[in-house]
Unconditional design. Structure first.
Length: 319
């Protein structure tokens, strides 16, 4: 097996989609900060223009380049993998059906064709919300039974892409992510919602927070992608998760404690869950551990402190 240390010494090239998104941006930044791997970000359009600043930040690296369908032909170096982080619907406000179809299936099929062109591995990003509701730690073999628009489109994409890759003889791997948190998250997701309201001393309406989720720091997730990318794979699907359940209420209270915010602003039970309302979503990461020796290293407290510091830094740069 090729270790992370040896991966960092490589000068191979990869194509990545979703580079302006939270996970894609952190993944690319981690690679460019630690290696000479060449990263091409494939873009056709920007669904969320508020995230375009991330691409501007990445352009400072010499081994980073933005490409599109017209400039693919200009890539002279071999491409070892095409990694798809792009999706639509992660943010609960994203409900447009045509965008769900385009962002999760049509665009991914375009990336499969690119992987075929370069004889590269295709790595697809899946979600835990494709799985059925269960009280057990979720294994990769459990049935897909989503209960949300986003989960349904992602589950459909997983099935379609697997079969298309099989037909086109493209090496296919899907990483199924659970709760991912870390620096540079934006939009209406939980952590940016908490930070911006708490730091403006605004009360926050929350569910009762008894739901149990599985959280992994985005840098640990980035390491998982690199290991899967540069090594052979025994399976087509891997859960990337901590296998540790945390109540959302406790996750929020830990964020408040670490960042010394006012807990009286939290109104637990003030609103109801309307989507992805499974009571327990915790994964089984045995495959990743057994095959790659991968396991999360960033503690929740340390990770949340990094999040807080990243927001403070961003705030200090604003005019």
């Amino acid at each position: 097996m090729i270790s992370l240390e040896d991966i960092f010494l490589k000068e191979d090239s990869i194509i990545v989609s979703g580079g302006s998104g939270f996970i894609g941006f952190n993944f690319i930044t981690f690679i460019l900060d630690n290696s000479n791997i060449n990263v091409y970000v494939y873009r056709t359009k920007e669904i969320n223009s508020k995230n375009s600043y991330r691409i501007k930040e990445l352009k400072k690296y010499k081994n980073f380049k933005v490409i599109n369908s017209n400039s693919l032909k200009d890539i002279a170096k071999p491409i070892i993998a095409v990694i798809n982080f792009a999706s639509y619907g992660v943010d609960s406000s994203q409900k447009e059906i045509s965008n769900l179809l385009d962002g999760n299936i049509i665009f991914a099929l375009e990336l499969v064709n690119i992987a075929k062109k370069f004889n590269a591995k295709f790595i697809h990003t899946s979600t835990c919300y494709e799985y059925m509701d269960t009280n057990e730690n979720i294994k990769e073999t459990m049935p897909l039974m989503p209960d949300s628009l986003y989960g349904a489109f992602k589950a459909s994409a997983s099935i379609i892409l697997k079969e298309v890759c099989k037909a086109k003889k493209v090496n296919y791997v899907a990483l199924r992510l659970f709760g991912v948190y870390g620096p540079n998250e934006s939009g209406s997701k939980l952590i940016p919602y908490l930070y911006h309201n708490l730091n403006n001393n605004k009360e926050i309406r929350l569910t009762d927070g008894i739901q149990i989720r599985d959280y992994t720091h985005v840098i640990d997730v980035a390491k998982a992608y690199l290991l899967v990318c540069f090594n052979s794979n025994d399976f087509e699907i891997y859960n990337v998760c901590s296998s540790q359940g945390v109540k959302i209420r406790d996750f929020i209270l830990k964020f408040v404690e670490v960042n010394k915010c006012d807990p009286s602003l939290l109104q637990f039970g003030a609103k109801r869950m309307t989507e992805n309302n499974f009571l327990r979503v915790v994964g089984d990461n045995t495959r990743m551990i057994n095959e790659y020796g991968w396991k999360p290293e960033v503690s929740l407290e340390s990770g949340l402190m990094q999040v807080f510091n990243s927001y403070k830094e961003m705030q200090s740069k604003q005019p």
